[in-house]
Design a protein around this ligand. Structure first.
Ligand code: PRX
Length: 634
């Protein structure tokens, strides 16, 4: 399908998908444009009004204290709050103690159900344990767990104690976990004996033990014993269950008051250098932003069962499994494992079984389902679904249309564009607006986003440009942990505006059509990877002397990694060398970073100053014009 942004007669004019009349009656926001215009006229008033509904230990002096010189945005400055008071205490006081907060389904299909009351109880016990260990506000805690209730409760207990969690995706290797711990210097690590995927046991504790050897800041490790409740632990390792037992009657733990500057979490993501950056979010702004986007974008009501297929190890899971939905008092479905195990109907089966109403997925997952075939969704009763979502990478219209068709042909799809840094949805439809397959439509209320040229001027409709945000928004990241310079760079690329690193076009109706990254970030199946990160893993292989990595379009995963490597002179070129190099990257970083293809080469294009020109490699690979090569050395 042509990109609708290319033609003046866009799809919006000819054939948008209009909302179902039944849906219109349930909407929190029935008139996007009026709300949007109002929100932009006075963003502080807009966000301040939303924040009024939360519990605060102390109200703010200013909704936004913005320093345009340092780009520091202190939302709700002067306030004291704790996000968990608004996720737990408030709901429990309002009578939701017995409401199901979390349904966790493990890889083998076994289920555990947690009410708001039970989450509060286990959170309190864990908070008492943290206090007993002497952990103090601001201390970092690394959480290396599969998607399980313990992962969610560990995050919430850290937040409640004023500790800063850094969740590391459980598919990462020891090397990736270690580098994240080296940067954040945690005092505590929380992990498990194992994770499960496709019926296979993954030895998580071995990875954690390998990674933690060199972490001198680490004092203790809490271990969840999933497989063997009697597993013997090493010195410094404490079983999770013993802590819960010990504090069974320690009672209520009052949430620690946090200011606008107190970090809630650090989440590592890839950038253009080899070192992942620790994106820092703080309590009050993140709370207000994730609450409202969850509510309005997914049209959340009391009876919703929300299923987001991400892992809480990524930002999508932070914002839209843990914080946003629980702030809204919703019921969340958390699934360990894989979409096609034990069979390709797994997710559809979960939708039917738990009467899921909102299903938030990713383009790669949808394309995988397309490949597996319609017969799978057709086997299940999906009539509980009201609304769908997509995130992580551009969704092609074919996948969008298929997703809608197999779920009954009437459901709105929210194609939500946002980032680890933004914390919340930024460009997204609201249910009720006309939808165009493949478009994230327009900015969320309160968000001033645009597509611009290098000078920061809006580009003409149909022209590609950089996606930027002109004004601060509540759940924006506050800094890059330990590297304020790197934070400022986001605002200096085009002075004074937030530079997202993405490109897009707006059509003649102002709708956004996302294109992809303009920097050295690759999106493989929606996972964000830096070329430099993968390259440094490649050159750490004893046979590799130099490496360059590009993202190559892929029908299923959006992009896959192709690596060009120059071998060392003394490297022995065995038939399995490419495979060994790929395996090596897997061991260094994790399976998601493993290149699909390795090309052994004698030469890499470079600038005269020696910088590898990945752009040229990519153009050659794809048979595209190489662009300006005047800086290319001979
Ligand atoms: O390139 C954009 C892409 O994902 C990037 C952010 O990745 P990460 O920080 O890992 O967060 C992913 C989950 C929010 C963006 O810079 N991206 C995210 N959502 C979309 C998208 N690209 C197109 N359409 C989307 N809906």
């Amino acid at each position: 399908m042509d990109n609708p942004a290319d033609s003046p007669k866009s799809l919006t004019e000819s054939n948008p998908f209009l909302p179902d009349p039944d849906l219109l009656e349930t909407l929190h926001v029935s008139d996007y444009q009026t709300i949007y215009d109002e929100s932009i006229r006075d963003p502080e008033q807009f966000w301040g009004k939303i924040a009024e509904d939360f519990r605060w230990s102390r109200k703010w002096d200013r909704v936004l204290d913005w320093n345009p010189k340092t780009y520091e945005a202190r939302w709700f400055s002067g306030s004291l709050s704790n996000i968990t008071t608004n996720m737990l205490d408030r709901h429990i006081d309002e009578g939701l103690s017995n409401k199901v907060a979390l349904i966790a389904v493990a890889d083998d299909g076994s289920e555990r159900v947690y009410t708001y009351g039970r989450i509060m109880d286990e959170t309190n016990r864990l908070c008492h344990s943290f206090a007993e260990m002497g952990l103090k506000k601001g201390d970092r805690v690394t959480i290396f767990l599969p998607p399980t209730p313990e992962q969610v409760i560990s995050m919430i207990a850290c937040a409640r104690s004023g500790l800063v969690h850094t969740v590391v995706f459980s598919g990462f290797s020891a090397g990736a976990l270690k580098s994240r711990m080296e940067d954040s210097e945690p005092r505590l690590l929380i992990t498990a004996d194992c994770a499960y995927r496709r019926g296979k046991r993954i030895a998580l504790l071995d990875t954690a033990r390998e990674a933690k050897k060199a972490i001198t800041s680490l004092e203790k490790t809490i271990v969840i014993r999933r497989e063997n409740p009697d597993l013997e632990l090493e010195t410094g390792e404490i079983p999770f269950d013993s802590l819960l037992k010990k504090h069974a009657s320690s009672g209520f733990f009052k949430a620690v008051d946090c200011t606008t500057d107190d970090p809630l979490f650090i989440l590592y993501t890839s950038g253009t250098t080899g070192k992942p950056k620790g994106i820092v979010h703080t309590h009050p702004g993140y709370m207000v932003g994730t609450f409202l986007t969850t509510r309005w974008v997914f049209n959340i009501h009391n009876d919703d069962v929300f299923f987001c297929v991400a892992d809480p190890g990524w930002i999508t899971g932070h914002s839209y499994i843990v914080y946003g939905p629980l702030l809204n008092g919703a019921t969340v479905l958390l699934a360990e494992g894989s979409p096609d195990y034990p069979d390709p109907g797994r997710w559809w089966h979960l939708v039917e079984k738990y009467r899921v109403t909102v299903f938030y997925s990713t383009p790669t997952a949808i394309r995988l389902q397309m490949r597996l075939g319609k017969q799978w969704p057709e086997k299940y009763d999906l009539s509980s679904l009201r609304l769908l979502g997509s995130v992580g990478e551009p969704i092609n219209p074919e996948a969008w249309l298929w997703f809608r068709e197999v779920t009954g042909g009437r459901l709105p799809i929210m194609d939500t564009w946002w980032q680890t840094e933004t914390g919340m949805h930024m460009i997204t439809p609201l249910p009720g607006v006309p939808l165009v397959p493949g478009s994230a439509t327009r900015p969320f209320p309160g968000v001033v986003a645009d597509v611009v040229n290098r000078q920061g001027e809006s580009v003409a409709p149909g022209e590609a440009g950089f996606v930027i945000v002109r004004q601060p928004w509540p759940s924006m990241f506050r800094t890059v942990y330990g590297d304020p310079e790197r934070y400022r760079k986001y605002w200096e690329e085009i002075p004074g505006v937030y530079f997202s690193g993405d490109s897009a076009k707006r059509d003649h109706h102002g709708l956004f059509h996302m294109i992809g990254r303009v920097d050295d970030v690759i999106k493989v199946a929606g996972h964000r990877l830096g070329t430099a990160e993968v390259e440094s893993a490649l050159v750490s292989h004893p046979c590799v002397s130099e490496a360059a990595v590009i993202g190559k379009p892929d029908e299923l995963k959006g992009e896959v990694i192709k690596a060009f490597v120059i071998l060392r002179k003394d490297a022995e070129r065995t038939p399995d060398l490419e495979l060994r190099i790929r395996q090596h990257v897997r061991e260094e970083l994790g399976a998601i970073a493993m290149p699909d293809e390795i090309e052994i080469t004698e030469w890499l294009p470079r600038t005269r100053s020696g910088k590898i020109m990945r752009r040229v490699l990519k153009a050659r690979e794809l048979g595209l014009p190489e662009g300006d090569t005047s800086t290319l050395e001979d």
